[in-house]
Design a protein around this ligand. Structure first.
Ligand code: P6P
Length: 340
């Protein structure tokens, strides 16, 4: 219940058989990584941690210093947990097989610091992750296999549909640091009490309102959207007046975790559609849209690619993009009616 420390909640999930001991160890490790990143982000400007690292990632995006450090923090903590067999990161070209696995064989996919272009302006950022059970028929074997064979097995372990997720979560670094997680039995939020150094439960069984009055899109892309999406967007602005209800409010901070967290609590819809330039949109299926859709559905909301559930999509590529719409079931269903 409220006030429960995160580490206690994890043990409760184990006692309820929602997770096993190995999974519990992975979750504790992730919470430590989030505390370390929270500290780095809070001090970014003071420790010369803003600005570019001078490198580009596989996406061709300029990496910020904090992107690189956050990725190292996540990779090291997961490796040292000894319970993850394969990890895939937005900042890594290919999935990495972890040699130090002493048990568990879990797969972790993550975006260590999403929205990092906002760091220099101190706008909210976040870490996003998803956990799958490793494919026991496809364990990479360093001693006997070539790097290419090991990599192929890692990709196979990582490219699972979101409905296979055994847990997913994010940590938002904002006016407060909030870790939001589900192990398949509801969504819980924990706020970091930095005086204690522990995440304390502040949100019990988050439920997305069935309908909401906020839409969250980058309308700068409007001209490149499909006619159906333009009609949808226009109806959000005029529909209200005809029926005499207040039209929607626009809220968009350009940081998925911040926009998503507000949508989880206040309802409405967040969307990153495909457009003429990028038909499959910008957000990544594996470590952004699938984990967020898992959480949205666990909170009674929806996660859609415009035509159906994101969790049903079978990834072909690790860094595959999909159009993404999430939030209140009514808003997402209404949007889908324009996209069919
Ligand atoms: P745009 C940040 O770079 C990010 O990946 C998400 O966090 C955010 O929602 C989106 O891209 C913002 O993209 O094109 O609106 O600036």
């Amino acid at each position: 219940e409220m006030g429960t420390p995160f580490s206690t909640w994890v043990l409760q999930q184990e006692m309820k058989d929602n997770i096993d001991n190995e999974h519990a160890i992975v979750l504790q490790s992730i919470s430590v990584a989030c505390k370390q990143i929270a500290s780095l982000v809070q001090r970014a400007g003071l420790a010369g941690m803003t600005g570019l690292a001078g490198e580009q990632n596989v996406q061709g995006e300029d990496q910020k210093k904090l992107d690189v450090i956050s990725n190292d923090v996540f990779c090291d903590t997961l490796r040292l947990s000894g319970r993850t067999g394969v990890i895939a990161s937005e900042e890594e070209d290919v999935p990495v097989a972890v040699e130090e696995t002493y048990g568990g064989n879990y797969v972790c996919v993550f975006d260590p610091l999403d929205g990092s272009s906002n760091i220099d302006a101190a706008v909210s950022t976040g870490s996003i992750w998803g956990i799958y059970a490793g494919d026991s028929q496809c364990v990479p074997d360093f001693s006997s296999e070539s790097p290419a064979e090991v990599e192929a097995k890692c990709v196979q372990n990582v490219c699972q549909p979101g409905e296979n997720l055994v847990s997913a979560g994010y940590c938002m670094y904002s006016s407060s640091t909030i870790l939001v997680i589900s192990v398949g039995d509801g969504v819980f939020g924990f706020t970091l009490d930095s005086a204690v150094g522990e995440f304390i439960m502040t949100h019990e069984r988050i439920q997305i309102p069935k309908s909401g009055k906020i839409y969250s899109f980058n309308e700068g892309n409007y001209d490149m959207w499909t006619p159906g999406l333009k009609q949808y967007m226009d109806s959000l602005k005029t529909g209200g007046k005809e029926t005499g209800t207040k039209p929607y409010s626009a809220r968009y901070i350009g940081s998925l975790v911040g926009d998503f967290h507000r949508t989880m609590l206040y309802g409405g819809i967040y969307g990153y559609p495909g457009d003429a330039k990028n038909p499959t949109g910008k957000l990544r299926l594996l470590y952004e849209c699938a984990p967020m859709s898992f959480l949205a559905e666990q909170a009674g909301g929806a996660g859609s690619d415009g035509t159906g559930r994101v969790l049903k999509i079978n990834p072909e590529k690790v860094h595959q993009r999909v159009p993404f719409f999430t939030g209140s079931v009514e808003e997402v269903a209404y949007l889908e009616s324009f996209m069919k």
